[in-house]
Write a new protein. Structure first.
Lengths: 338, 84
């Protein structure tokens, strides 16, 4: 029944890709284990069976080669969806992303389009250590020419991926492994949602206010949206009403929704699973204080990963994740109630 | 239209329980009480690291008998569908 059908994020992504592949024969998928294995994070479920090896292409373990090939295919009129299994592997193929994909539209004065989606698994929380646990949101958001998306739930995952595939610019689609609904990795209850069967798009640059509150604005993205909501529940029992904003996209960034909220609450916490320094958290805070230095009535707070490699040790990793407890603590501090 | 209540089971031959004792309900894709269509994917069973999609055998109102993360074996009744 469409109205009550729930999907995991991974199934929502797979459905978006399948619908776009049915609609446009130029759309195809490639990456490591996207075919018979259906994606190590289940992002390409059922695609090989429906579309065959020509359009669902397993690649060698050579990100340098196949992500470069994706840029070329995009510039030749195709719409590639290229999976970089873990975002941590970006090092070997960064030139194709930031010097080619991100700049070739500009270099060609708009004569070339680069309609490529780079979809990639992010995030930690499952003890996979320093080379398999990073978010790296800001690494991409910092580079002009890329759009950057990071959904928190299945409904947004499908709509944002459909928008990404139809976009004529390169889009980095960053999905958190812990939100996918994988059988071997627990995901928060709110990640799987009702998802319409028909195709739909969600515009980039429109944040969603997922909870209203008068006392403090908590800005989050991807996994931290769930931590922020849990923190808001806890804070409500203490008489602090938190407003929670899911940015949904880093580029473009919906500064207006954040500013409008902070104007009412006077307090700001920004939670992101990327590193603390030079990141999304600082960008959001600066966007507010630069435009309206008088809005904040308490010190703005960054809740992010400390600037160290992600430890393998479970207690050590747990201690650094931007979870509900740390978000709630930051909200108490900025509102002067902690 | 047919009426009555039918069981939704984990297939009896889905795996060999002498090798792997039990599986779990990894996901429910419908809420308890939801109206489901025949052929809809309603749940996902995980055995070791493999998964199996459970398809609704009939249309009707779903009553979940084994919740998410609940343990199942081949043949376990995991839900009922009230038809009509």
């Amino acid at each position: 029944m469409p109205s009550s059908r729930k999907l995991t994020v991974s199934r929502a992504m797979s459905e978006a890709i399948a619908q776009e592949m049915r609609a446009d024969p130029q759309t195809f998928v490639m990456g490591e284990d996207v075919g018979a294995f259906e994606g190590v994070f289940d992002s390409t479920l059922g695609l090989l069976e429906e579309f065959g090896e020509e359009r669902v292409r397993d690649t060698p373990i050579s990100e340098t080669g196949f992500i470069g090939a994706g840029v070329g295919a995009a510039m030749s009129g195709m719409r590639p969806i290229v999976e970089l299994m873990f975002v941590d592997f970006i090092g070997v193929c960064m030139n194709a992303v930031y010097n080619l994909a991100a700049k070739n539209i500009y270099f060609s004065a708009g004569n070339c389009k680069v309609p490529m989606v780079l979809m990639t698994g992010t995030g930690g929380g499952y003890n996979d250590a320093a080379q398999h646990s990073q978010a790296l949101h800001a690494t991409f958001a910092h580079l002009p020419g890329l759009k950057v998306v990071a959904p928190s739930n299945a409904y947004d995952a499908k709509g944002l991926l459909t928008t990404a595939i139809r976009d004529d610019n390169p889009v980095v689609y960053m999905f958190h492994k812990g939100l996918q609904g994988l059988v071997w990795m627990a995901s928060p209850a709110g990640a799987a949602t009702e998802v319409p069967e028909e195709s739909y798009t969600i515009p980039f640059g429109e944040a969603r206010t997922v909870r209203s509150g008068r006392d403090v604005t908590i800005v989050a993205i991807s996994m931290t949206v769930h931590g922020a909501l849990a923190a808001a529940e806890e804070l409500a029992t203490e008489g602090i009403e938190a407003e929670v904003i899911d940015l949904r996209t880093l580029v473009p960034l919906d500064r207006d929704t954040v500013i409008e909220s902070v104007k009412r609450t006077g307090h700001l916490v920004v939670a992101d699973e990327d590193y603390r320094s030079y990141g999304l958290t600082s960008e959001v805070i600066t966007s507010v204080v630069e435009a309206h230095p008088d809005y904040l009535k308490g010190p703005p707070q960054r809740v992010a990963m400390p600037d160290i490699p992600v430890p393998y040790s479970r207690p050590m990793e747990d201690a650094m994740l931007p979870n509900a407890e740390r978000i709630a603590s930051a909200a108490r501090h900025t509102t002067g109630r902690g | 239209m047919a009426s009555g209540r039918i069981q939704v089971r984990v297939p009896k031959d889905l795996w060999d329980p002498s090798e792997t004792e039990e599986g779990v309900i990894a996901n429910w894709f419908c809420e308890d009480g939801a109206q489901v269509e025949q052929g809809a994917t309603i749940a996902e069973v995980a055995v070791e690291k493999s998964t199996y999609d459970v398809i609704a055998p009939a249309a009707g109102s779903l009553t979940i008998a084994v919740p998410q993360d609940g343990v199942v074996q081949p043949g376990t009744v995991i839900a009922y569908i009230a038809m009509g």
